[in-house]
Design a protein around this ligand. Structure first.
Ligand SMILES: NC(=O)c1ccc[n+]([C@@H]2O[C@H](COP(=O)([O-])OP(=O)(O)OC[C@H]3O[C@@H](n4cnc5c(N)ncnc54)[C@H](OP(=O)(O)O)[C@@H]3O)[C@@H](O)[C@H]2O)c1
Length: 276
């Protein structure tokens, strides 16, 4: 069978681990495939998707174009329709079939954390925040989810989109100064979090159990949380979990997840000490 081409689109993607993940999975499963990262801005999205449609077998989508790419799909899964964002596109006969595997990756990474009847805070309201809210509503059923986002209107739009799905969970738009109660989990989904910058002050972590950062580096946010005594979870398990499901959608084969994880850690793409 001829080698199949796959790609990641988004910006910035130069430091993405996705090429290493998929090229490792192809090598371990003896499948003929190649994977590259393509830098895409809002204005080049349409042209790049037209090019991918003609020559590729599939592509992944990352920030900031997960929501806009939904408009180019020929078919969308129920999860893409519910979440309003796509991260995995399989191409068959030049037709784009969209899936969302971020919510599955998040659910794997959060494991059996006890969230039933508890309060959760989400920082951010972009494509990945929507996948996290969907996963929480579908699998964990917290009593309350509070959305904290720089642009208030975007948080309100997210809440409107999920209200019908969540009859037993209160969805609220809050600012940092509103948070007073015990919070079982806070999920950092903004693209602003880096090893040097955190979107919150250290006193934010006073009443928090688990702090999860979707970014897969040792961010200042995770270090602040650790210093306040929170359990911390980095984004690597979620990254590998969502990629494993995308690999299965692309190839029909299970992804060698543990092998991929150990290659990532050995390549020092990620230190690994805060994988939990
Ligand atoms: N580990 C994983 O598997 C995984 C999976 C998915 C995503 N991610 C990571 O999650 C991050 C977000 O992805 P996304 O697709 O949700 O992106 P997105 O749709 O572009 O949304 C970005 C979010 O970040 C906020 N933001 C951006 N710059 C900010 C700043 N300077 N201060 C405060 N807030 C800011 C935005 O707020 P506004 O609404 O105000 O613009 C928005 O809520 C990326 O770093 C991505 O790599 C990781």
């Amino acid at each position: 069978m001829a080698s199949q081409k796959y790609a990641l689109i988004g910006s910035p993607v130069s430091r993405s681990l996705s090429p290493l993940i998929y090229n490792t999975a192809f090598a371990f499963t003896n499948l003929q495939g190649s994977y590259e990262a393509l830098e895409v801005s809002g204005s080049t999205l349409e042209d790049v998707i037209s090019r991918l449609r003609m020559g590729y077998a599939g592509f992944n989508v990352t920030a900031p174009v997960k929501e806009r790419t939904v408009d180019f799909l020929d078919e969308a899964s129920d999860e893409v329709n519910a979440i309003g964002a796509v991260n995995t596109v399989r191409i068959t006969d030049s037709r784009l079939h969209g899936f969302n595997t971020d919510w599955i990756g998040f659910s794997h990474a959060i494991g059996n954390a006890e969230l039933d009847g508890k309060s959760v805070i989400i920082l951010g309201a972009g494509g990945s925040a929507k996948a996290v809210v969907y996963a929480l509503l579908r699998q964990h059923r917290p009593r309350r989810i509070q959305i904290m986002n720089r642009t208030r209107a975007r948080a309100e739009q997210l809440i409107r989109g999920f209200q019908k799905l969540a009859p037993c969970t209160a969805l609220e738009n809050v600012s940092q100064r509103d948070v007073k109660e015990e919070i079982a989990l806070v999920v950092q989904t903004t693209s602003a979090s880096t090893p040097e910058y955190s979107p919150v002050e250290v006193n934010f972590f006073k009443n928090i159990g688990i702090a999860f950062d979707l970014v897969y580096e040792d961010t200042l946010f995770l270090r602040q949380a650790r210093s306040a005594g929170c359990r911390t979870v980095g984004g690597l398990r979620m990254l590998v979990g969502q990629a494993a499901e995308a690999f299965r959608i692309y190839t029909g084969m299970p992804c060698p997840e543990e092998a991929v994880l150990s290659v990532l850690v050995k390549a020092k793409a990620y230190d690994g000490t805060y994988i939990q």
